[in-house]
Design a protein around this ligand. Structure first.
Ligand SMILES: [Zn+2]
Length: 301
């Protein structure tokens, strides 16, 4: 009996391993910058790492956030593959849906890219690090192996980067998301499109550079997809409205199986990010999702 169980287990592991070979890449790292308006990219100084990813991968500066253009709503759409009306998070700081989600998984959450990965690949290593804890309320954290907060980003600006470096080196995650809020904070304090805003973006580019280096040091470089995006942009000292400065966000993707084509003309919505990540791992997407993979970024295979 024991032998049969071991044999069955071995077959099962082999099957999972074989299926995982279909993946377009073994790792996806999402770097989300809260309050990163697409308007800022052409005007930004000193963002060499972001520009490198743009030039060597595919990008759009016309991805659109969902309304209202505020945080919890858009982080929910980014990871849950669906618009506001479906996941139900409607306020900037919603900790639970304001109207019931149209569908829930077994953990009473709208299905996220993390939860469908967990269901289809139970052994996947997944983590999410945040500076603003609100992100954790809108994704299915119980599907994660690891999450942590670095809320002291004003006193310790690279706290989250250190956590990210350690996580990458220790665990070589299958799917990791690092969500920085410092840029949004600068937008509220100093204003969007100000010298202080661009200085903060330059600082965050250095954090991106450290994450890229950690991916190299972990030996993951040739088998990773990096996706950079934002929840919303901003204007003057805030966001939440429907101006193009608040609604347009960058979408940057680079890595294994991603075409080097620079700017692309596809129409991209906030909820396409989850579907595009799901396609890297060739996951079955929930019927409830409205996001679509951005097919043009993938090399044919
Ligand atoms: Zn935000």
């Amino acid at each position: 009996m024991k032998k049969i169980i071991i044999l069955a287990l071995a077959l099962c592991l082999t099957a999972v391993g074989a299926e995982a070979k279909r993946w377009r890449a073994k790792h996806v790292v999402v770097i989300g910058l809260d309050g990163w308006g697409a308007y800022s990219v052409p005007r930004a100084h000193d963002i060499p790492n972001i520009r490198w990813l743009m030039e060597h991968g595919s990008y759009s500066l016309t991805e659109r956030a969902v309304l209202p253009s505020a945080s919890a709503i858009n982080w929910a759409s980014m990871f849950n593959g669906a618009p506001t009306e479906m996941h139900g998070y409607m306020k900037w700081n919603s900790q639970r849906p304001d109207i019931p989600s149209m569908i829930e998984n077994e953990r009473q959450k709208f299905p996220s890219v993390f939860s469908i990965m967990r269901e289809q690949y139970p052994e996947a290593e997944m983590g999410c690090l945040v500076e603003w804890p609100g992100v954790l309320h809108v994704i299915d954290t119980l599907a994660l192996n690891y999450w942590d907060r670095a809320e002291d980003y004003e006193q310790d600006p690279d706290h989250m980067t250190r956590l990210a470096e350690r996580y990458i080196l220790d665990k070589k995650p299958t799917l990791a998301a690092f969500c920085y809020v410092a840029l949004d904070h600068e937008g509220h304090v100093s204003g969007h499109d100000t010298p202080q805003y661009y200085d903060k973006l330059a600082f965050l580019d250095k954090q991106v550079g450290r994450i890229l280096q950690a991916i190299r040091d972990a030996g993951m470089w040739d088998d990773t997809v990096i996706l950079m995006t934002a929840d919303h942009g901003g204007k003057d000292n805030g966001h939440g409205g429907a101006s193009i400065e608040e609604m347009q966000i960058p979408f940057v993707i680079w890595g294994r199986g991603i075409r080097q084509q620079g700017e692309i003309s596809d129409v991209i919505m906030q909820y396409d990010t989850a579907a595009t990540i799901a396609e890297v791992f060739r996951l079955r997407r929930p019927q409830a999702w409205r996001g679509q993979p951005i097919w043009s970024v993938f090399s044919r295979k």
